[in-house]
Design a protein around this ligand. Structure first.
Ligand code: SAM
Length: 268
């Protein structure tokens, strides 16, 4: 919808078909103010340039573009990550994987993040624990460009490499973390995720193909802990895979919604 709105209140009203929070966030971005400012100044007039940018952003939202792609960034673990349609938008539940890794890592250990996407996990771990040597891998060169850019902007020292899971890894690591694709091909949930790269989302008929490969290869490249994010209904299957690979101390952590989310185990 193209509007003739001239104030914050009028633009909010003219775009009432969009969620209120999205409208406020877009206004805050364009005006380079906070949402509190937007809320407190409904009478503020909008410049034509600002109106054009707002209307363009609103039409992207109506076409189903996630707000993180419209804004170009998403906050994760307290940091602002640039995102593009080449990378998954980092999810809040993945912060649990970062917390676990930061908590369990011993001083100076080598950490490997497989399928780094925007670099959200590797960079957050690297910033929280500068004593660790963090390497991040992705098969997508475009994703790695975004991750490298985020590492530079956020001042994190990360080693990046392109390859299929452990393919580009030449040295053993103490901890391997991954949020691999884990949605089953044909899952109806994919209908709402169409803007994100398919490569980041799906992994075979039961969604476990990527996890199977990582677990099978982990003993050759991982010396201590393997930590995997997975779907809410995949906890038991992932525990079985880790046990079959000879891992011990296997545990599943639940996310804030109480769903199975991270399963981790110890290598001998
Ligand atoms: C679910 S996304 C996770 C992105 C990021 N780690 C996060 O948590 O926001 C999975 C990532 O795995 C990458 N990927 C898919 N297949 C891969 C493979 N065979 N080898 C390496 N990375 C792969 C995708 O490009 C994508 O960036």
């Amino acid at each position: 919808m193209t509007t003739s709105a001239s104030s914050i209140a009028a633009w909010l009203r003219d775009n009432a078909d969009l969620p209120r929070i999205d409208r406020e966030v877009l206004l805050a971005d364009v005006l380079e103010r906070t949402r509190a400012y937007v809320f407190a100044h409904p009478e503020r007039l909008l410049a034509n340039d600002d109106l054009r940018r707002l209307d363009d952003a609103a039409s992207q939202l109506r076409q189903g573009t996630p707000i993180a792609y419209v804004r170009g960034w998403r906050e994760f673990f307290g940091h602002r990550f640039r995102v593009s349609p080449y990378v998954l938008v980092p999810r809040p539940e993945t912060e649990l994987l970062v917390e676990l890794c930061v908590r369990e890592a011993r001083t100076g250990e080598r950490v490997l993040d497989l399928g780094t996407g925007s670099g959200a996990i590797a960079i957050s771990v690297g910033i929280a624990r500068p004593d660790l040597a963090v390497t991040a891998i992705d098969i997508s060169a475009h994703a790695l460009d975004v991750a490298r850019d985020n590492a530079r902007t956020l001042g994190a020292s990360i080693t990046f490499a392109q390859g299929c899971w452990f393919e580009a890894v030449t040295t053993p690591h103490d901890i391997v973390v991954a949020n691999p694709p884990y949605i089953a091909d044909g899952d109806p949930a994919l209908a709402t995720l169409g803007a994100e790269p398919r490569l980041a989302l799906t992994a075979g008929a039961d969604g476990l193909d990527a996890i199977r490969v990582i677990v099978r290869q982990a003993p050759s490249f991982c010396q201590r802990l393997l930590m995997l994010e997975h779907g809410a209904d995949q906890g038991a299957a992932v525990r079985e895979l880790l046990a079959a690979a000879g891992m011990t101390g296997i545990r599943t952590e639940t996310d804030l919604a109480g769903h199975d989310r991270i399963t981790w185990g110890r290598l001998a």
